[in-house]
Design a protein around this ligand. Structure first.
Ligand SMILES: *Cc1c(COP(=O)(O)O)cnc(C)c1O
Ligand SMILES: [Zn+2]
Length: 440
């Protein structure tokens, strides 16, 4: 059953309230050509009722069609930017569990917590939710090449989806900053990787010039279609809770695309009648990389980037987050908060999430560390219904884990991180009696 046909009534629009220029959904835009602000996708109101939508989303879970099996495209009425779904390439992204974790709840000062674990995605992070949409739009536009500047989860995800879609993937990096640990997935998926003698901003400017010339579609964090796909994380979470709205949704903040997506998705779900109130959003940043926290808490007029962002949580090591104006709007609209946490707090929270049998990458663990601070400060109630989003898989950063458990982890600047919940391997002799005694 289909509720709404793919709409031709989608547009791109400028996010600046003073401009609000509109453009065709098929224009290749990353910023407003009139004022330079961020752009977003916008749609005409849905014709289907909330009850019809909920039924359709649920029925699709029984379907064997690839589009319905995707935890992103299952909710396609909520982002109808394509007029032809044959452009979609899905690796069955989304479909991530909502997990209860009593030990983590206790650590976080809560009676209950559930983790929406995006690390269960095909390439191990929530970037897949957005990338399937970005790549579908690239194909709809007839592009043959896609590109991003990234050493992390974005490049892994883009490389996989581009390969599956038969597009050429180009990854640009500042020369010398290469870390094969993080690039391994991208290399495996066949992406062409270029190290450029320039810094991040210079490379971004360079690939914008090349993009026009060489027919390259940019899939960096500003790409509005990635944001559309990431909204599905909230739709799926609500669907899994039978549309019961939590009090709080907590997530890490790097470039701030994800909080922008969550806020937009939740507001749109509210307008469509799928829910009747908004959860509060809490964004958690790492202390050494917290420009959004500083901006919100100082009430500054100007957004000041952090020159040299530092944190072992590399997924959120972003000094100049492109999506901050959208993120600010979502924090204000949801009555949310922004918190920051130390390297030690992230490391310990991560070990606790591990002890729940769940595990995640360091950036994701900032959520539980932030929750612990926010409950202690009385911002989040002990009784509150809290969903924390774990953004990446535990296997993304094994080096960090091994060092933490051996007491060898050092924060930037050489500060030693205590192995509070360390778990070391024990060397034993090949002697049954001795081992039996050791194990009690
Ligand atoms: C990209 C990423 C983040 C940061 O998300 P933003 O949208 O940039 O704020 C956090 N955690 C993981 C694992 C990521 O890959
Ligand atoms: Zn504009």
């Amino acid at each position: 059953m289909t509720v709404a046909p793919p709409s031709t009534l989608a547009q791109l629009r400028c996010f600046n309230p003073a401009c609000r220029s509109q453009f065709a959904i098929t224009e290749v835009l990353y910023n407003c050509p009139k004022c330079g602000a961020l752009i977003e996708a916008g749609y005409s109101p849905l014709s289907a009722s909330a009850a019809e939508l909920k039924r359709t989303f649920r029925e699709r879970r029984l379907s064997n069609s690839p589009l319905d099996q995707s935890g992103v495209w299952r909710y396609r009425e909520m982002f109808p930017f394509l007029s032809d779904y044959s452009h979609v390439v899905t690796l069955r992204e989304g479909n991530t569990p909502l997990l209860d974790a009593p030990l983590a709840a206790e650590y976080g000062g809560l009676k209950r917590i559930s983790f929406k674990h995006q690390g269960f995605n095909p390439t191990g992070s929530f970037k897949d939710n957005g990338m399937t949409c970005g790549v579908a739009q690239a194909r709809a536009l007839g592009m043959k090449r896609v590109a991003c500047v990234s050493t992390g989860n974005t490049s892994a995800s883009m490389a996989a989806y581009a390969a599956a879609a038969g597009l050429e993937a180009l990854i640009f990096l500042p020369h010398g900053n290469i870390s094969f640990g993080k690039l391994a997935q991208a290399l495996e998926y066949g992406a062409k990787t270029l190290e450029v003698e320039a810094n991040f901003d210079q490379i971004l400017a360079l690939i914008r010039v090349l993009a026009d010339r060489l027919g390259i579609y940019l899939l960096n964090s500003v790409n509005p279609f990635r944001i559309e796909g990431q909204k599905s994380i909230m739709f799926e979470m609500l669907d899994q809770r039978d549309w019961q709205v939590p009090d709080w949704v907590v997530l890490p903040g790097g470039n701030l695309g994800n909080v922008s997506a969550f806020g937009k998705g939740l507001r749109e779900a509210n307008s469509a009648g799928l829910i009747s109130r908004l959860p509060k959003l809490a964004v958690i940043q790492a202390e050494g990389s917290a420009p959004f926290y500083e901006f919100v808490h100082e009430g500054a007029r100007e957004f000041r980037p952090v020159e040299k962002p530092e944190t072992l949580a590399t997924a959120i090591r972003i000094g100049d987050p492109v999506s901050w104006p959208k993120a600010l709007h979502e924090i204000q609209s949801s009555n949310g908060v922004v918190e920051k946490v130390s390297e030690q707090e992230i490391a310990d929270a991560k070990a606790i999430i591990g002890r729940c049998g769940i595990g995640c990458e360091p950036g994701s663990a900032s959520t539980l560390a932030g929750i612990r601070k926010l409950t202690a400060a009385g911002v989040i109630d002990r009784d509150a219904d809290v969903v924390a989003v774990l953004t990446g898989n535990v296997l993304k950063d094994p080096d960090y884990i091994y060092k933490y458990h051996r007491g060898k982890l050092e924060a930037p600047g050489g500060v030693k991180i205590q192995s509070t919940y360390g778990n070391r391997s024990i060397v034993v002799l090949n002697d049954a009696d001795k081992i039996a005694k050791l194990l009690g």
